[in-house]
Ligand binder design. Structure first.
Ligand SMILES: *[C@@H]1O[C@H](CO)[C@@H](O)[C@H](O)[C@H]1NC(C)=O
Ligand SMILES: *[C@@H]1O[C@H](CO)[C@@H](O)[C@H](O)[C@H]1NC(C)=O
Ligand SMILES: *[C@@H]1O[C@H](CO)[C@@H](O)[C@H](O)[C@H]1NC(C)=O
Ligand SMILES: *[C@@H]1O[C@H](CO)[C@@H](O)[C@H](O)[C@H]1NC(C)=O
Ligand SMILES: *[C@@H]1O[C@H](CO)[C@@H](O)[C@H](O)[C@H]1NC(C)=O
Ligand SMILES: *[C@@H]1O[C@H](CO)[C@@H](O)[C@H](O)[C@H]1NC(C)=O
Ligand SMILES: *[C@@H]1O[C@H](CO)[C@@H](O)[C@H](O)[C@H]1NC(C)=O
Ligand SMILES: *[C@@H]1O[C@H](CO)[C@@H](O)[C@H](O)[C@H]1NC(C)=O
Ligand SMILES: *[C@@H]1O[C@H](CO)[C@@H](O)[C@H](O)[C@H]1NC(C)=O
Ligand SMILES: *[C@@H]1O[C@H](CO)[C@@H](O)[C@H](O)[C@H]1NC(C)=O
Ligand SMILES: *[C@@H]1O[C@H](CO)[C@@H](O)[C@H](O)[C@H]1NC(C)=O
Length: 762
């Protein structure tokens, strides 16, 4: 941490004065724009900082240059030719002996699913829409590892112009190293697809966080005037710049990624246009099979495939339908964006911008998978979702990374949340994990979910046990799926027993904020465990185990009283970071779970305490007294903070001024132009400088206020096995779930009946 402090200081001294971008940035200029962000390996971003136009820098893989030998550029170049004059609009290629100009960016917009740039190319304006679909209502569609780029050209001078457009990708998309050999093919039919892959693939192997397995794809529909070419970057680009068309030729001299940089290009002649052109649609993608290696019973491993393979026999089939569906996909995306925006604007427009920036980042960390039966058929009754703990670690399904992101899953579709928990639950059900508390993750290195049979995972016993119990009840409340509780009852109860014995006086454990080190008697960790015990009480009642329910309910109530005594400063003004340590305080963000679950365990006076005082004496409220320029520090040990935990804390503020103080601070950081990496959740509250982490799915926590909006549990205790609440009015507010529940294909109905034991209204 010392190193970080020193670095932070140096940076402060060197910081240039921030200049505004020269184009209209709506809702704001983010640190990086998601361009094609759909999986841990399809993750292309435009680094921003104080403002890089779409054609000022190359897109990058989420890693950027941190921890790797070179910036991981993803070659993605674009040109538009207007009346024979060539303009570069995407990427920053240098092509000797050509005279392409730079198109001039006039606007940038981002929504939850799209990044949209407008650039002027002489007498024509070009709109480039990067759409990474977010499809919570259709998990198969969500599993498609493809993303769209759509181009529309419009004359800006009222005249007619001859227009051609061009894009290419490099082989950098398929390898974490530029010195490995790739080969490629181009197939031409209704769709033109360039496919490129490493010649020597490594099953489940990563280099610099990029998977060394499976092809990359660059595709477009074959329409009149469509041409293609593969070959050296400067040759292929010069061909288009000079001649406005490609040669329909394939370079078959397979070589290293950086050896005369092979690129895979597609071009369209739009002819002479006098008004807005029809969109020209490209897709980029990365697919592989199998996707995940997963540990099942008896130390056996199972290979799991991306869900979409169960519908599409080949990648070409999937790409063809994906490209053909663009107009509908755009309509679905616009509807999704509008819904999220309307919900978030109930808090504020500042909040809506922060939420929109966060959504693709979360979905870009998960992969939805299916297993095969012993006869090799896809078993679509066995869906599990895997999450990569991006950048902080390569762990698989880290419980305390799913947990901060949980509000997004609950808001969009609780089934995605459940499917993220299933790998962990099923693994621990096999009995191979030796510890009695919940394990930290499903595997050390994505995409190998090989468990921890020797119990050597990062040890966060209270943290993860509490998290699993809280997320379990949250899912069951949202879905009415009581069979979940009966299926995993013993495991859930085992973790509760651990908490009963350990959470009131927590030992010297780390919490999810492991970078801050271990600490005994952490107030915020203890309350998580106590809420976990209460959550089990509610779940026990749901399955009719009234004695256990009453026991845990009583224990939780008693613990909360004692916790208040240990954790309240003697002046009564705030909670402490650690029991009986007067000078300390911290973000007690785990109290959010009590609100999310509607368990009402913590008295109102405690919620009010950290942020508003009794009228007498009339002092300022607590968190505002410790607020820095970019928000409230995580705790008294450091001035750094977390964007996710501030959002959780904001969500239970009883005073909207204080709530907005948090929301505005996080957004101010996200928009401050001090970094050009995909949004990092860990930063300095005093100067808005990112401390670490990037592109992590924990930014799903920014939706904490949205998840609460949609929870209206008047009385959860009424949901029991004998009285299941099949009304589930609240699930309707979950924007994807109602569609999920309506899926009508036979397999899904069977799945639902088996998995949900008929408790869901289909
Ligand atoms: C490219 O390499 C892959 C993996 O080694 C191999 O399966 C494929 O046949 C090769 N394709 C071509 C066109 O050489
Ligand atoms: C493009 O035109 C320049 C001259 O303007 C010429 O030097 C170059 O060889 C041409 N390249 C191609 C591929 O046509
Ligand atoms: C899923 O995608 C397919 C095409 O890929 C499209 O036809 C279908 O409408 C989508 N379904 C939903 C529910 O979005
Ligand atoms: C399919 O998966 C479900 C859920 O894991 C399992 O219960 C069932 O046995 C599997 N079916 C086959 C044929 O493997
Ligand atoms: C309550 O639960 C705790 C922890 O599981 C257990 O030790 C205790 O015996 C239980 N008490 C009753 C009365 O069931
Ligand atoms: C933790 O708090 C309890 C209750 O106040 C106290 O008895 C115990 O000594 C504390 N432990 C440490 C390590 O400070
Ligand atoms: C109180 O917390 C501070 C900061 O974590 C620590 O330096 C100090 O030793 C603690 N005091 C006690 C009595 O535990
Ligand atoms: C809300 O907090 C603000 C800022 O601390 C304070 O000025 C205001 O009086 C508080 N409002 C109420 C109703 O407590
Ligand atoms: C819960 O059940 C009780 C008793 O059956 C009933 O009086 C009460 O209205 C129910 N609450 C809700 C929210 O349905
Ligand atoms: C069932 O849930 C809905 C929505 O949360 C609620 O309005 C209704 O009162 C609940 N009914 C019972 C019997 O708890
Ligand atoms: C919830 O969804 C169901 C099924 O789509 C619908 O019949 C019902 O009217 C909805 N309820 C609310 C409160 O929107």
């Amino acid at each position: 941490m010392l190193g970080s402090l020193v670095l932070g200081t140096v940076f402060l001294l060197l910081q240039p004065v921030h200049s505004a971008v020269t184009w209209t940035a709506t809702p704001f200029n983010p640190a990086a724009f998601p361009l094609a962000v759909r999986s841990p390996y399809l993750s292309a971003w435009l680094p921003q900082g104080e403002g890089n136009a779409l054609n000022a820098v190359w897109p990058q893989f989420w890693t950027g240059s941190v921890g790797v030998s070179k910036p991981i550029t993803l070659g993605w170049a674009g040109y538009i030719n207007v009346d024979g004059v060539s303009y570069n609009f995407l990427g920053d290629p240098g092509v000797p002996n050509t005279n392409a100009q730079k198109a001039v960016q006039t606007s940038s917009v981002f929504t939850s699913t799209q990044s949209i740039f407008t650039l002027t190319a002489g007498p024509v304006d070009l709109t480039a829409t990067f759409l990474s679909p977010v499809e919570p209502s259709n998990l198969l569609n969500q599993s498609l590892p493809f993303s769209y780029l759509a181009l529309t050209a419009t004359p800006n001078d009222g005249a007619s112009h001859s227009v051609q457009v061009y894009t290419d990708i490099s082989a950098e998309w398929v390898s974490g190293s530029d010195s490995l050999t790739v080969n490629w093919t181009t197939t031409v039919g209704d769709v033109i697809t360039h496919q490129v892959q490493l010649e020597n693939q490594a099953l489940f192997g990563e280099v610099n966080d990029q998977i060394q397995q499976g092809p990359g794809y660059h595709s477009t529909r074959m329409t009149p005037g469509t041409t293609f070419q593969t070959g050296q970057d400067i040759v292929v680009r010069a061909q288009f710049i000079n001649h406005s068309t490609l040669l329909d030729t394939q370079d078959t001299n397979f070589r290293d990624v950086s050896d005369d940089w092979p690129v895979f290009a597609l071009a369209h002649d739009l002819g002479t246009i006098s008004g807005p052109s029809e969109p020209v649609v490209y897709s980029v993608g990365r697919a592989r099979d199998p996707a995940i290696e997963y540990l099942i019973a008896n130390d056996a491993v199972q290979y799991r495939s991306s869900y979409f393979w169960s519908k599409y026999p080949t990648a070409d089939d999937a790409i063809s339908e994906f490209l053909g569906d663009y107009n509908n996909a755009l309509a679905r995306a616009n509807a999704f964006d509008a819904q999220v925006s309307a919900d978030a604007n109930k808090i504020s427009s500042t909040y809506a911008g922060l939420v929109a920036l966060s959504v693709r980042q979360v979905f870009g960390a998960i992969e939805i998978t299916v297993s095969k039966t012993s006869s090799g058929q896809f078993n679509t009754s066995d869906i599990m979702t895997f999450l990569k703990e991006i950048s902080s670690d390569g762990n698989v399904n880290t419980v305390d990374v799913i947990f901060p992101g949980w509000p997004l899953f609950i808001y969009t579709n609780p089934v995605i949340g459940r499917d993220l928990l299933l790998p962990l639950l099923n693994y621990q059900e096999t009995g191979q994990y030796p510890n009695m508390w919940a394990c930290h993750d499903m595997g050390s290195i994505y995409p190998q979910a090989l468990g921890h049979n020797n119990g050597d995972d990062e040890k966060m016993p209270i943290e993860e046990s509490g998290n699993m119990l809280i997320m379990s009840l949250s899912y069951v409340q949202k879905s009415g799926d009581i069979s979940y509780v009966s299926t995993y009852y013993n495991l859930l109860n085992q973790w509760t027993e651990y908490l009963v014995a350990n959470t009131l006086i927590p030992g010297d454990q780390i919490s999810t904020d492991d970078f801050a080190g271990p600490l005994a008697n952490q107030t915020n960790l203890a309350i998580k465990g106590i809420i976990g015990i209460k959550a089990m009480s509610v779940m026990a009642e749901m399955v009719g185990d009234m004695a256990t329910s009453a026991n845990y309910s009583g224990i939780a109530a008693s613990y909360v009283k004692q916790w208040q005594g240990y954790a309240t400063s003697t002046d009564g003004l705030h909670l402490t970071l650690a029991y009986n340590n007067e000078t300390t305080w911290g973000l007690s963000y785990n109290m959010y779970a009590d609100k999310l679950l509607g368990t009402n365990l913590i008295p109102d006076s405690v919620y009010e305490m950290p942020n508003s005082l009794p009228p007498d004496p009339p002092e300022t409220a607590w968190y505002p007294t410790v607020d820095e320029e970019y928000g409230v520090p995580l705790d008294t040990r450091h001035l750094y903070t977390k964007s996710d935990w501030q959002s959780w804390t904001a969500a239970f503020m009883t005073n909207t001024t204080v709530r907005d103080m948090f929301v505005d601070a996080v957004q101010k950081y996200a928009a401050d132009g001090e970094s050009s990496q995909p949004l990092g959740d860990w930063y300095w509250a005093n100067d808005g400088e990112v401390e670490g982490f990037r592109a992590r799915p924990v930014v799903g926590g920014h939706l904490a206020l949205l998840a609460l909006q949609s929870v209206e549990y008047a009385d959860v205790s009424n949901i029991t096995a004998s009285n299941p609440n099949t009304t589930k009015g609240s699930t309707n507010t979950s924007i994807g779930y109602r569609h999920e529940a309506r899926r009508v294909d036979v397999v899904s109905v069977i799945l639902a009946v088996v998995v949900l034991s008929g408790t869901l209204v289909l």
